[in-house]
Design a protein around this ligand. Structure first.
Ligand SMILES: *[C@@H]1O[C@H](CO)[C@@H](O)[C@H](O)[C@H]1NC(C)=O
Ligand SMILES: *[C@@H]1O[C@H](CO)[C@@H](O)[C@H](O)[C@H]1NC(C)=O
Length: 238
């Protein structure tokens, strides 16, 4: 009887042990995602991208950057189509999107939570959007962002959402949460010409959101690089 109880105990420990081991295949999927994506903004068309694994949530520690470039004389406008990260405005601890305006040389603020942020228009031809995320406890979908080139004379945050005025081809309606014409998300770990600064991740826990006092209010700056658009592009009417 004693022998039997001993055997049962060992057997149970064995079962418990094997049950808690991850399946071998999960080792092929690292618990983090890094990506740097370079994209070109067109004046006559909205392109888009989404957070990795959208709309099924950010399931890994994630550091991704999207670097968007417009032709000389143009600026980059981004428009959030869907936003659902953890946290709430001004309390972006575990997941956030950060806009880095390259000409301004600084962050233009962080966004998180489920409220759709304002559009943003860059000062120069380049904009970088960073996503930094710890694994979410709840399954928030992530974000979907559209972007295009614009000759908008003013830069900064825009109150109105650009996407509401975009002409769409008839017969093709955008559903809520649909990625629409979004370029395929390359959030699976593609790395084009750059690395994400690893030490930045540690600041997520220590840093509160620090959107500067309304950069949109400052008078717009003119594009520095003249107005000689590439003949590849039709004039922007937006
Ligand atoms: C955001 O995601 C949470 C968790 O899945 C969900 O409860 C909430 O309704 C979503 N909010 C929006 C605005 O989509
Ligand atoms: C990474 O970021 C930290 C904190 O902002 C900075 O001190 C460090 O110089 C950066 N490293 C690189 C390689 O950019």
């Amino acid at each position: 009887m004693d022998q039997f109880r001993k055997f049962s105990l060992v057997f149970l420990m064995f079962v418990a042990h094997t049950a808690t081991q991850p399946a071998p295949t999960s080792l092929l999927t690292p618990p983090w995602t890094h990506c740097v994506n370079q994209m070109h903004a067109l004046p006559d068309r909205w392109l888009g991208f989404t957070s990795p694994n959208y709309p099924n949530g950010i399931t890994t520690q994630t550091q991704c950057s999207w670097i968007i470039t417009a032709n000389p004389g143009f600026k980059v406008r981004i428009s959030y189509q869907k936003m659902n990260l953890t946290g709430s405005k001004y309390n972006c601890y575990t997941q956030y999107v950060e806009i880095i305006d390259i000409r301004a040389g600084s962050s233009q603020g962080k966004d998180c939570g489920a409220a759709r942020p304002k559009d943003y228009v860059s000062q120069g031809t380049k904009l970088r959007i960073d996503l930094k995320a710890d694994t979410a406890a709840a399954n928030h979908q992530g974000f979907s962002i559209k972007f295009r080139a614009t000759r908008d004379p003013r830069s900064g945050y825009k109150n109105n959402f650009a996407f509401t005025v975009v002409q769409r081809s008839p017969g093709r309606r955008r559903r809520p949460g649909s990625t629409g014409a979004a370029a395929p998300s390359t959030g699976g770990g593609s790395s084009v010409g750059g690395r994400v600064n690893l030490s930045l991740r540690n600041r997520i826990r220590n840093t509160q959101s620090n959107r500067p006092a309304n950069p949109a209010r400052s008078p717009g700056r003119r594009p520095a690089t003249g107005t000689t658009a590439s003949p590849l592009f039709r004039p922007n009417t937006v």
